[in-house]
Design a protein around this ligand. Structure first.
Ligand SMILES: [Zn+2]
Length: 59
């Protein structure tokens, strides 16, 4: 099961850098595709939480 619908994922961008997001189904996160940013946003109750304050930083 995808975390979010593909049509929704297509229009979502990272709020920090506006790069596209990709799903990490195992972690239940949407991960920024920018190498410089890479923030991971949680998906709670099927709702992506695209808030920089809520994001997990890489590394
Ligand atoms: Zn980003």
């Amino acid at each position: 099961m995808p975390l979010v619908e593909a049509s929704l994922l297509d229009i979502l961008v990272c709020p920090a850098c506006h790069a596209p997001l990709r799903e990490d189904e195992d972690a239940a996160e949407l991960v920024c595709t920018s190498d410089d940013c890479g923030l991971a946003y949680p998906v709670k109750d099927d709702i992506p939480v695209l808030l920089v304050d809520e994001a997990r930083r890489p590394g």
